[in-house]
Design a binder for this molecule. Structure first.
Ligand SMILES: *Cc1c(COP(=O)(O)O)cnc(C)c1O
Length: 429
C-alpha cells in the first residue's frame, strides 16, 4: 500500500502577511500614536528573526524584548536602524550585549537608573532609555517615591537620555475594570512631575480602551500575532496568523469499553474511530488539553481523547463527515486559539510561547488573496510534496558574512540545513 507524501514532523504555519496586516490594523486603531512591537520570548514563540523583519517591512521601528539576548538576536535580524528596548532593565552581566547591539534599557528603578547613568557617562554614544513608572500593577517600574528622586536629580535625568516614559496596565483586557482609569490618572500625574517626554501606556488590550490611553505610542504584542486581547474579541481588528499542523500517523477502530492513551484516562463509551496525531506536549499541545479540548480536521472540531503524550495526541474522528486518512492534517491553534487555551486552562499567550522547538516553522508571505487558500501540507521536505507553494520564501535573506547573519546560530561555514529547518537556538535566546 502506498502512503501519501507526509512527514511525521509537525509544522507551524506562520502567515507573515497577516502579521503585517495586523500591524496596520492596530495602527488604524491608534492613528496618532506610534505602534511598537513586543517581540519578547522569540516573538511570542513565532520566531523573532522572521517576525522582526516582517514587522520592519511593515514600517515598525520600535521593538520591545525582555532580555538583552533577545535584543541581540533581533538586532542581527533587523539591522542597525530600529530601536530595541529591553523591558527587564539593564543588568551588569548584560552590559556588553546592551552596548554591543545598541539596545536601549528600560529603567525600572532608581537603582537601575544610577547604574545605567554610570555606564552612559563612561561610554561613547550610549543607547538612550525609556523610564518605566509603576502605576498600579506592582510588577516592574519605579514607584512614586523613586520617580520623585529622579525628578529632583537633573544630572541623572540627563545622563539617562529618556526617550519615553512608560507604564503598563494590569487589567486592560477587562474593559470595565476600575483600575484602568485609576492607572491612567496616576500615569498622567506621575509623568507630569518629570521633564516633558513622549508617553506610552497601552499594550494591545489598552489600545482598545480608547484614545485617552494611546498617548504617543502603543506597545502591541498579542494583537500582532492574531490573539484576542480583550473581553470583546468580536470587536478586535486582528486575525489569526498561526496554525499548528500535525499529521495523522495511524487510524484505530476501538470497541466500547476499550481504553485510550496513558493511564487509561478515557474509556470508549461506544465503538470509535481514532486518529493518532504527530504532535504532543513536546510540540506545545499542553497536557491540560487531554480529554477537554478539540483539534480541527477539515474545519470540523475533533475531541482530544485520552492523555496528550510527548509526541502524540489521539483525537476522536468517529463523527467526521469527511473521510480521514494517514498523512491527513490536523490543525491546532488557528482560529481556535482562544477556545483551545480556555479548554486547557491557560491563555492564548501561553499556548503560543510554549510551541516546541521540534516544530518546523513555515513562514508564509502570500502575495495575494488567492494564495491564502493554498493547501495545508505537513511535509518537512517541501521538495517531496506536490503542494510546494511557489511563493514560499526561506526565513530570510542570508548572505554569508552579511550583517544579518546571526552569529553563533549556525555552524561556521556550514550550509543551511535542507528542509528549511531553523538553525539551532543560540544560548542567548
Ligand atoms: C508584553 C508587553 C506588552 C505587549 O503586551 P500585549 O498584551 O501582548 O499587547 C506591552 N508592554 C509591556 C511592558 C509588556 O511586557
Amino acid at each position: 500500500m502506498s502512503l501519501p507524501p507526509y512527514s511525521t514532523r509537525p509544522t507551524l504555519r506562520i502567515d507573515l502577511a497577516q502579521i503585517k496586516a495586523n500591524y496596520d490594523a492596530l495602527k488604524g486603531l491608534a492613528p496618532r500614536a506610534k505602534v511598537a512591537a513586543a517581540v519578547k520570548a522569540d516573538a511570542y514563540g513565532l520566531g523573532v528573526e522572521s517576525v522582526g523583519r516582517a514587522l520592519y517591512g511593515a514600517g515598525c521601528r520600535i521593538y520591545f524584548v525582555a532580555t538583552a539576548g533577545e535584543g541581540k538576536l533581533l538586532r542581527e535580524a533587523i539591522g542597525p536602524n530600529g530601536a530595541i528596548y529591553v523591558l527587564n532593565g539593564p543588568a551588569p552581566r548584560d552590559k556588553a550585549a546592551l552596548l554591543g547591539a545598541k539596545l536601549k534599557p528600560v529603567i525600572n528603578s532608581i537603582g537601575q537608573a544610577r547604574y545605567w547613568a554610570e555606564i552612559a557617562r563612561e561610554t561613547n554614544e550610549p543607547p538612550y532609555t525609556a523610564i518605566h513608572i509603576e502605576t498600579g500593577m506592582n510588577r516592574l517600574g519605579m514607584p512614586a517615591a523613586e520617580v520623585a528622586m529622579l525628578a529632583s536629580d537633573k544630572a541623572l535625568w540627563r545622563a539617562l537620555h529618556p526617550e519615553w516614559i512608560m507604564s503598563h496596565l494590569a487589567c486592560a483586557s477587562i474593559t470595565n475594570h476600575p483600575l484602568n482609569a485609576e492607572q491612567l490618572k496616576t500615569f498622567k500625574a506621575l509623568s507630569a512631575t518629570l521633564p516633558p517626554t513622549p508617553l506610552s501606556l497601552a499594550n494591545t488590550a489598552g489600545a482598545y480602551l480608547g484614545k485617552d490611553y494611546h498617548f504617543q505610542m502603543i506597545r502591541t504584542g498579542i494583537g500582532l500575532y492574531g490573539g484576542m486581547a480583550t473581553d470583546k474579541p468580536g470587536q478586535e481588528v486582528s486575525k489569526p496568523v498561526v496554525k499548528l499542523l500535525a499529521p495523522i500517523l495511524q487510524l484505530h477502530e476501538v470497541k466500547a469499553g476499550e481504553c485510550i492513551g496513558y493511564d487509561a484516562t478515557h474509556i470508549a463509551k461506544r465503538d470509535m474511530r481514532l486518529a493518532t496525531v504527530g504532535a504532543g506536549y513536546a510540540d506545545g499541545v499542553p497536557i491540560s488539553m487531554s480529554n477537554v479540548a478539540h483539534a480541527v480536521i477539515h474545519d470540523e472540531d475533533v475531541p482530544i481523547v485520552g492523555r496528550v503524550s510527548m509526541d502524540l495526541t489521539i483525537v476522536d474522528v468517529t463523527d467526521l463527515h469527511m473521510p480521514v486518512q494517514v498523512g491527513g492534517v490536523v490543525v491546532f491553534l488557528g482560529d481556535r486559539l482562544e477556545a483551545q487555551a480556555k479548554a486547557a486552562g491557560t491563555i492564548n499567550y501561553e499556548l503560543l510561547v510554549r510551541l516546541g522547538q521540534r516544530v518546523r516553522r513555515d513562514y508564509w508571505k502570500p502575495r495575494n488573496d488567492k494564495d491564502k487558500g493554498a493547501p495545508e501540507t505537513t511535509a518537512t521536505d517541501s521538495k517531496s510534496t506536490g503542494h510546494k507553494p511557489s511563493h514560499r520564501k526561506p526565513s530570510g535573506p542570508r548572505k554569508p558574512g552579511g550583517p544579518r547573519k546571526p552569529s553563533g546560530t549556525r555552524r561556521p561555514g556550514g550550509p543551511r540545513k535542507p528542509g528549511g529547518s531553523r538553525p539551532q537556538r543560540s544560548p542567548g535566546r
